[in-house]
Design a binder for this molecule. Sequence first.
Ligand SMILES: N[C@@H](CCC(=O)N[C@@H](CS)C(=O)NCC(=O)O)C(=O)O
Length: 216
Amino acid sequence: MAAITVYGAVLSPYVARVLIACGYKGLAIDLMMPKDGIKGPEFLKLNPFGKIPAIKDGTTVLYEPAVIIDYLEAKYKKNKLLPAAAKAVGQTRLIAAIAAEYVQGVGLKFFRMKRTNQNVPADIEAAKGELHKGLDALENVMSGKKFAAGASPTIADCFVVPALFFAVHASAIFGVTDALGSRPKLKAYWQNARKDKVAGKILHGMTERMQQIIAT
Ligand SMILES: N[C@@H](CCC(=O)N[C@@H](CS)C(=O)NCC(=O)O)C(=O)O
């Protein structure tokens, strides 16, 4: 099987979702940034919005991570990332949605505040409140097992791992020392994720890149 081309870079949490899905499915990938940049004419033919990730798999070109992961799941039957039972599908998708909307969103808010040198105390406090609300909701729906939705990896992990990365590391820049706080399921999950072969490798790449960016 030829490798799937993934356009993007590891620090993007949207790209990381796809990399984690490929990792858990055991798919070979080539990760690269578009040669002429994400707003260059060649890449705009692949994704008219000029955003990463996009993939090329043979003649199939797609963008938007949830769409890409659904496609990979439908095409490559090995190592299923979506359960079969209706209730389990609901829980898996709910975990992914909360991570994407209410945890990653605020994590990225902290990161943008840092990158644009914004230090408005009221905004920082509001973001902290938002972060805790999102993490409380996520804690409630997590399975408490090794992976987000149960004993094996699912689409939920693809969303939760990058979301927690930004929630933990970007909020730390603004003095949040223990973002996961007294949330036992999230704490245990995060420890496991950092040691996990697939998630841990992506988290390592994200950490390295974030440190480089913050240092500049
Ligand atoms: N809705 C898009 C968002 C992707 C996205 O915003 N990617 C960022 C990288 S973290 C990007 O390419 N930003 C460039 C831009 O917005 O011009 C998706 O889920 O793929």
